[in-house]
Write a protein that binds this ligand. Structure first.
Ligand code: SF4
Length: 430
């Protein structure tokens, strides 16, 4: 470790800051990187300020993510040059997708490591012992990665190119990480992976795994992300009924419901399969909150295809959050190599389709605000005045605004008094 490193006056520990770009899957990688740093004696701070080490965990899923990562890197290089001895580490999908070809430009980084590759970081930090100081502050909502990579090879997606085929982590590894997060004070743990529903081991599948976690840590909220519609687990509803600490939250990226478009996307299910699943969500005994992701303007998408999507979104009231993206041609994908200019809906059509989906999302927000008004619900406080409900994921969904200050990390019983957009207002009861 450099002698120029700044040592915190109060804790006599060097300070590190992690910048995570992209989605919650990257948050899980960042947690693993943070674990390495704390074990090596670094204190994780929440403010870049005068820290000694900056680790940027990049995303390179689509071009806007690459641009965001490059912009962050530019600012990080300026930060590094402000004081000698600062350590800059580049991690994640960007170096995974564009590995160092030896052409230079990467010499300002002290270390470059691929997505979730903690072994290089551990080596760099020369970890001496598995035990180390506690990280600063509480980690209220954290993420636990159960697999790496994806074998679905959707026609538009770069993830399998960047992260490789799916490799499931063992239950032992996952439970060890859960123990670490619990010790750090996690109140909610998000289960992430590119295709979580496909996780399996000799003893069972994803529902079995979550029941192990939920049973071992009954005071922690567990939330499952990224359920591929083709592999939605039939035993998920009974799991929710059995474990109150598994959130009634279905994060299911359908992408489209037109059979023609789904086929072209390489998504192995039909619109009818999706509608059947959503019928089940609507009629479930417990209220379920569904989050879904869609692509608008996919090559070959006609008005008819899009209208089918609109009809679907209008029908299902269980949909609480809609995240819509325009199709983005990504080099190296199957779609990129076969699409032609005639296939692509023109830009104004794509924008108006996205706007239509935005209007539908607003309608769903109103429906839900109405539905929840007067409900008594548990809310997890993320800050003194803001929290999130069991129906909403932290960071990506709507927040809940308290009528008085609450200690962050506490779960408080509240009465919902209304909502604005995707956010809710709550009166704290206890
Ligand atoms: S399921 Fe498809 S879209 Fe999702 S990560 Fe895998 S290949 Fe990409």
């Amino acid at each position: 470790m450099s002698n120029n490193v700044h040592w915190s006056d109060t804790l006599l520990m060097p300070e590190a800051f992690l910048l995570t770009l992209g989605c919650p899957k990257n948050e899980a990688d960042s947690d693993a990187f943070a674990g390495c740093l704390t074990r090596a004696g670094w204190r994780i701070t929440r403010d870049l300020g005068d820290t000694d080490l900056l680790l940027i965990n990049t995303c390179a899923f689509i071009k806007p993510a690459v641009d965001e990562s490059l912009e962050a890197i530019q600012q990080a290089l300026e930060w590094k040059n402000e004081r000698s001895g600062r350590i800059l580490i580049l991690a994640g999908c960007l170096p995974g997708r564009y590995p160092d070809d030896g052409s230079g430009g990467l010499e300002d980084f002290d270390l470059i490591t691929g997505p979730g590759d903690t072994s290089r970081l551990e080596k760099y930090l020369s970890v001496q012992s598995a035990s180390g100081p506690e990280p600063a502050g509480g980690w209220i909502s954290r993420y636990l990665k159960i697999s790496e990579g994806c074998s679905n090879n959707c026609a538009y997606c770069t993830i399998p190119l960047i992260r490789g085929a799916r490799r499931d982590r063992s239950p032992e590894e996952i439970l060890m990480d859960a123990e670490y997060l619990a010790e750090q004070g996690a109140v909610e743990i998000g289960i992430v992976g590119q295709d979580t529903a496909s996780w399996k081991c000799g003893r069972g599948g994803i529902s079995w795994l979550i029941s192990q976690l939920a049973g071992t840590y009954p005071d922690i909220w567990f939330r499952l992300y990224y359920i591929h519609p083709a592999y939605y687990p039939d035993d998920f509803a009974p799991l929710l009924a059995e474990h109150e600490n598994v959130m009634p939250y279905i994060d299911i990226p359908v992408q489209h419901v037109s059979d023609r478009i789904l086929k072209r996307m390489g998504r192995p299910y039909t619109g009818d399969h999706i509608r059947k699943l959503f019928d089940g969500f609507e009629n479930n005994d417990t209220m379920l909150s569904v989050r879904t992701t869609l692509i608008a303007g996919y090559p070959g998408e006609t008005e008819e295809d899009f209208n089918e999507l609109v009809e679907f979104l209008s029908k299902y009231r269980c949909i609480r959050t809609i995240a819509a993206f325009p199709y983005w041609p990504e080099e190296g994908t199957r779609e990129f190599s076969r699409q032609s200019a005639e296939d692509l809906p023109d830009e104004s059509a794509v924008q108006s389709r996205l706007a239509r989906i935005g209007d539908l999302a607003d309608e769903h927000n109103l429906i839900w605000a109405d539905r929840l008004e007067g409900e008594i619900m548990d809310i997890l406080a993320d800050t003194p005045l803001l929290g999130h409900s069991r129906l909403d994921a932290p960071e990506v969904d709507g927040a809940c605004c308290f009528d008085r200050s609450v200690e962050p990390g506490r779960i408080v019983r509240c009465r919902i008094t209304g909502g604005t957009g995707s956010d809710l207002n709550a009166e704290v009861l206890k």
